[in-house]
Each structure stands twice: as C-alpha cells, then as structure tokens.
Design a protein around this ligand. Structure first.
Ligand code: KG4
Ligand code: ZN
Length: 327
C-alpha cells in the first residue's frame, strides 16, 4: 500500500509518500518562518498564498524522490482540518484534484489524528490503547487512543495551548519566532528556580490544562529578571503542569500499553525527559516520535491516511475543509 499525504493546515507546506509497512519513501517540507517572522506569528492570508505556491512543486519533488508516479499511489490523504481555513482548503482541494485526476480514493485526515497516530509510524510495536499527550501550537490534550478513529479526549486546555504559551513567552522575552525552540535554548542558560511562577490547576481534581495565567505572570516578571532565568522558570512550570495532568490521566485511563507524546512541543527535551520518568514510575513504555515527526509534516498525514484506508475509511470528493474539528 502506498499513500500520498499532504499537509497545509498551519505554516508548513508538506508532501510525503508512506507505505503500509511504515516506509517513508519521501517527505518534503517547506516552512514559512521567514514570511511570518516580521509579524511575530502566523498570518493566515500569507500562509494560504504560500501553500498555493509551494504545494504542487513539493508533491512533484516527493514523487520523484520516491521514484513513483501518481498512478502507483493507492490513495491520496490530505489534512481537512482543524487549522487555518485558507491553508486547509489549499491542501484539501489539491488532494481532491490529484485523487480525481488519477482516479484514486481520497482520505480526509484530521490533523490531530495525524499527530495521534504518528507514533505508530516510527514505532511498529506501539499497540492500542495508549495514552497520548498531544502538545502543539494549537492544542494541548490528553487522548486515550483506543484504535483508528477511536479517540477519547480525557483533557484539553481551557485557554492557551502549550505551544502557544511557549510562543507568547518568547515574544514577551524578545526571543523571536517560532518561540518553542528559542525558549528551550534560552532556558538551558537560566536557573529554573530563579522566578516563582504559578502552576495553574496543579493538583486540581479537574483534568484540564490552563496556561493563560502562567503567560501573564511571565509578562509581569519580564522587567525584573534575566530572559534566560525567566525562560527556564517558565519551562519548569510548564513541565510541572503537563506532568501533573498526565499523571492524573494515567491514574484514570485504565490499562494502557504506553505513554506517548506527540505534537510540536514534544520536541522539547525537558518535557520529554519528565514524561519518560513518569512512564518509568508507572512501569509503562514511553514512546516519542523522532523530532521531525513531532512537528507538522506530511508523513504523519500519509500514515493516518494509510491506517484509515486499511480500515476501509475513505471520503467523498465533497468532504468539507474545517477550521474547527474536534477528534
Ligand atoms: O505541531 P506543530 O508543529 O504545529 C501545530 O499543529 O501547532 O507545533 C508547533 C508548536 C509551536 O508552538 C512551537 O513553538 C512548539 O510547537 N515547539 C516547541 C519546541 N519546538 C516546537 N515548544 C517547546 N520546545 C520546543 N523545542
Ligand atoms: Zn500540528
């Protein structure tokens, strides 16, 4: 089985070819950081136009890398949401056009499902059910992944996503965009106990996340502390919140095969090692995809497409693009 995957829901344009037996034959990606950096965040209109320009050449390059043609593909998988609607439409319409032209089935993939199943692309031994901490720029959720198309949301954020908190903190500290990697680099030079910051909802019986208060506290402290100390203190507070909520979910989830992390924020090594320790304390396997598979990419969309296609789940050519689409 060979699946072409397309991703365009935020600020990465990507195309990939993945087989049913987990071979990534090609994955091409074009980031738009430079286009958005002057604005300190992703500008939807700029993103959509950039996807229009980038996607077709990326698909052609990916097919060439893999040494295949569209005729060799079994299905075309495209992100159909959630995300910035202009970009989602570009990728989905391109996917529909390719599927129609080559007479192949379309798989309309939820971007979150792409993140949720991506650990199974890099780890053939990862079985359902597993507890997934999905931490990205737009989402912060704990999901019980029971099977393909079977997800139970145990927690979500009541305000900002974890990646959003990293990005806003970077902006406050003048560290640039995208914020996550910049904050992590600055934090390596700082003292995590230098600035007392709140841990919103810590030990609360409610399962959810909250980061708005933490971000506000960083803004209030910004004039009185070195950016490196603030970055380190902020990162430590995020780690404490993520671990506390994940521990609570593990206690309530029932038996799971592994603790899994995915999404762009999973690239953070402090967060990874804290989760690894939590998994070890619960006698659980810890699974984290390689960094390139954590941040947005098309291989995860192709893989989710492969899993759905194998389960008989394809979509009509009038499948809608959705800005909001809970799993
Ligand atoms: O999954 P992703 O690529 O896009 C979304 O679907 O949102 O995640 C991007 C987010 C951004 O907020 C970025 O700042 C964050 O992931 N991120 C990180 C790191 N690398 C990326 N956050 C913390 N530490 C990192 N090393
Ligand atoms: Zn994402």
């Amino acid at each position: 089985m060979l699946i072409l995957g397309l991703e365009s829901s935020c600020d990465e344009t990507a195309a990939a070819l993945v087989t049913g037996d987990r071979q990534v034959l090609a994955h091409r990606l074009l980031g738009q950081e430079a286009a958005h950096a002057p604005y300190g965040g992703v500008v939807p209109e700029i993103a959509a136009r950039a996807h229009v320009e980038a996607l077709e050449p990326l698909v052609a390059a990916a097919l060439k890398d893999a040494g295949v043609t569209l005729a060799d593909v079994d299905a075309v998988a495209a992100t159909a949401g959630p995300g910035l609607i202009g970009g989602v439409m570009v990728g989905l319409v391109t996917g529909k056009a390719l599927a129609h032209a080559a007479n192949k089935p379309l798989v309309a993939v939820n971007h979150l499902e792409g993140h949720a199943l991506s650990p199974r692309l890099s780890d053939p031994d990862l079985d359902f059910p597993y507890l997934l901490l999905l931490v990205s720029g737009g989402h912060c959720q704990l999901l019980l992944v029971e099977g393909v198309a079977r997800y139970r949301r145990l927690a979500t954020t009541i305000d900002d996503a974890a990646g959003e908190a990293f990005d806003k903190t970077a902006k406050i500290l003048g560290l640039g965009f995208p914020g996550g990697p910049a904050v992590e680099r600055a934090a390596a030079e700082g003292d995590p106990s230098a600035v007392p910051l709140p841990r919103p909802l810590l030990r609360s019986p409610e399962p959810h996340f909250s980061f708005a208060g933490l971000k506000a506290a960083v803004a209030r402290a910004a004039n009185d502390h070195a950016p490196a100390d603030l970055a380190a203190s902020f990162q430590a507070a995020v780690v404490d919140c993520l671990i506390d909520r994940t521990r609570r979910a593990l206690d309530r989830a029932g038996p799971v095969s592994a603790l899994v992390v995915a999404g762009g924020v999973a690239a953070n090594s402090a967060i990874r090692s804290a989760l690894q320790a939590l998994a070890a304390a619960h006698d659980l396997r810890f699974v984290a995809p390689p960094l390139w598979l954590c941040t947005d990419n098309a291989a995860m969309i192709a893989w989710a497409g492969a899993e759905r296609f194998a389960a008989g789940l394809t979509d009509p050519l009038d499948a809608p693009a959705r800005a909001r689409w809970p799993l």
